[in-house]
Design a protein around this ligand. Structure first.
Ligand SMILES: [Zn+2]
Length: 227
């Protein structure tokens, strides 16, 4: 065990947050290329209009290349700005783009972000809330905009709320490592990480357990766990 939650019977998602032309793009391409060449794949969380700057067509072909190799492209908020109020406390962030924002504004943001990604040829099914924060209004906004998966949750296994499957990131207390089964998402930020291959090394030997959150949501719903 070199990362809590990775066991022979658990599923592992690799996730990379904040792909955007204005965020250390060279480092991103280098890091993701290294993963891709090792035969790894994961989810890339893309803010469609990071701090008001629309995702540039120049950086989109790389995402399409990775998608052809089994990577998943997800929508990561809209502008990734702190306009809401996160749950805060020990487990959660104070910052949020969605939590605490009116349902109408959340729906507008999810839809406007989706429009940008669609204009670049993506039809995302997974949403990644900035700073891990969301509320019931976010789930409604996702449902109204053809998403079925939200990659966030502090549980060992997926669950479905209001028609959206929550694929866990990690659990503070009970981990899939303890249970021996379940899902864990390893979240990385290539522009911030000292060791770009830390997650890749953690999943060495468990490559067959790699899934993307969208795949997990699909199989979760196929086995009828969706109430
Ligand atoms: Zn982010």
């Amino acid at each position: 065990m070199n990362w809590p939650g990775i066991t022979p019977l658990s599923s592992v998602c690799l996730r990379f947050d904040d792909y955007h032309q204005s965020i250390d793009h060279e480092t991103w391409v280098e890091t993701l290329t290294r993963h891709d060449e090792r035969g790894l794949r994961g989810l890339i969380a893309v803010p469609p209009k990071y701090h008001g700057e629309r995702l540039s067509a120049d950086v989109v072909p790389f995402l399409h290349e990775l998608r052809e190799n089994g990577w998943e492209i997800a929508q990561h908020g809209y502008t990734h700005e702190d306009i809401g109020q996160g749950r805060g406390g020990r487990l959660y962030h104070d910052r949020s783009e969605f939590c605490g924002v009116s349902p109408e504004e959340q729906e507008r943001r999810v839809g406007a972000g989706r429009d940008i990604l669609e204009s670049h040829g993506f039809e995302p099914t997974t949403f990644v809330p900035p700073w891990h924060e969301y509320d019931a209004g976010t789930l409604s906004a996702l449902r109204a905009n053809e998403f079925n998966c939200l990659n966030e949750g502090r549980w060992p296994i997926p669950r479905t709320r209001s028609g959206i499957t929550l694929v866990p990131t990690h659990v503070p207390a009970i981990t899939p490592y303890i249970l021996g089964i379940g899902v864990v998402t390893l979240v990385r930020h290539p522009h911030l990480d000292d060791d770009p291959m830390k997650a890749a090394n953690a999943v060495a030997g468990y490559e067959d357990n790699l899934r993307t959150p969208g795949e997990i949501a699909r199989s979760w719903n196929q086995i009828g766990m969706d109430p």
